[in-house]
Write a protein that binds this ligand. Structure first.
Ligand SMILES: O=P(O)(O)OC[C@H]1O[C@H](OP(=O)(O)OP(=O)(O)O)[C@H](O)[C@@H]1O
Length: 206
C-alpha cells in the first residue's frame, strides 16, 4: 500500500486511467489501467473498503465483465462469496434474464443464475463504472426479483447522469471518485485533465 495516497478527493491513482484512443464506439475512458499496477490496485481496494466499513453484505455480485475484477477482489478481502452477473448466453445453468440499455445506446441482456441465493440475502453490487446507470439498474432488478436485498452499489466512479443520480439517492453508493469534487466534474464532462499528460508506462507493474 502507498504511504501517502494523496487526499481522499484526489488519489494519485486516478490519473492512471486511460483515455479512449479508438473513437465513439468505445467508452470514453479505460479505468482498467489502475488494476495493472499493484500499488494502485491495492490503494483503490483500501479506499473502497474503508468507505464500505459498516456496510453489511453476504455476497458480492459482480457485473460482466470488469465488475468481475473489482468485485472479486473486494469479496476476497471481505471474506464473502462472489456471484457473477453475466452478459447473456454464457451460463449453462437455469437463469433469470433482464434487458438493459447502456451508454452505447445498445440494448443487451444480462443473466444471473436461478436460484442464486436465499430470500433476504444481502448483495453488494460492484461494477467498474456507472454512466447512464442502465447496467446497474438491470443488476438491481435481477437481485430483487430473487428477493435479495441490494446492500449497496460500488464503482470507481458514477457520473451525475439523471438515472445514475437516482441510484445515488436510493441506495448506499461507494465510489472511489468522491461526489462534488474536481474529478467528479471531469467525469461528468467525460474528459479528465490528466489525459493531457497521460503516459501508459506510469501504470506498468513495478
Ligand atoms: O451505466 P451504463 O451506461 O450502463 O454503463 C456502465 C457499464 O458500461 C461499462 O461496461 P461495458 O458494457 O463497456 O463492458 P465491460 O465491463 O465488458 O468493459 C461499465 O463497466 C459498466 O458495466
Amino acid at each position: 500500500m502507498t504511504q501517502d495516497k494523496g487526499p481522499r478527493d484526489d488519489r494519485w491513482y486516478f490519473k492512471l486511467m486511460s483515455p479512449n484512443t479508438k473513437g465513439p464506439k468505445f467508452a470514453w475512458l479505460d479505468p482498467t489501467s489502475i488494476y495493472i499496477n499493484q500499488r494502485a490496485f491495492q490503494d483503490l481496494l483500501a479506499d473502497l473498503l474503508a468507505d464500505l466499513d459498516g456496510v453489511e453484505f453476504d455476497v458480492v455480485g459482480g457485473l460482466d465483465a470488469m465488475g468481475f475484477v473489482l468485485g472479486a477482489a473486494l469479496a476476497a478481502r471481505r471474506d464473502v462469496g462472489f456471484l457473477p452477473i453475466r452478459k447473456v448466453g454464457k451460463l449453462c445453468v437455469d437463469t433469470d434474464k433482464v434487458s438493459f440499455t447502456n451508454y452505447s445506446g445498445r440494448t443487451q441482456d444480462m443473466e444471473m443464475r436461478l436460484p442464486a441465493f436465499a430470500p433476504g440475502t444481502r448483495v453488494l453490487l460492484v461494477d467498474q463504472w456507472i454512466e447512464t446507470g442502465g447496467t446497474m439498474e438491470g443488476a438491481i432488478d435481477l437481485v430483487t426479483r430473487q428477493k435479495g436485498v441490494v446492500a449497496g452499489l460500488v464503482a470507481i466512479a458514477m457520473e451525475d447522469t439523471p438515472r445514475a443520480s437516482v441510484l445515488r439517492d436510493t441506495h448506499t453508493v461507494v465510489t472511489a471518485i468522491q461526489p462534488a469534487t474536481k474529478w467528479q466534474e471531469e467525469c461528468n464532462e467525460q474528459t479528465l485533465s490528466s489525459f493531457a499528460s497521460y503516459d501508459a508506462r506510469d501504470a506498468f507493474p513495478i
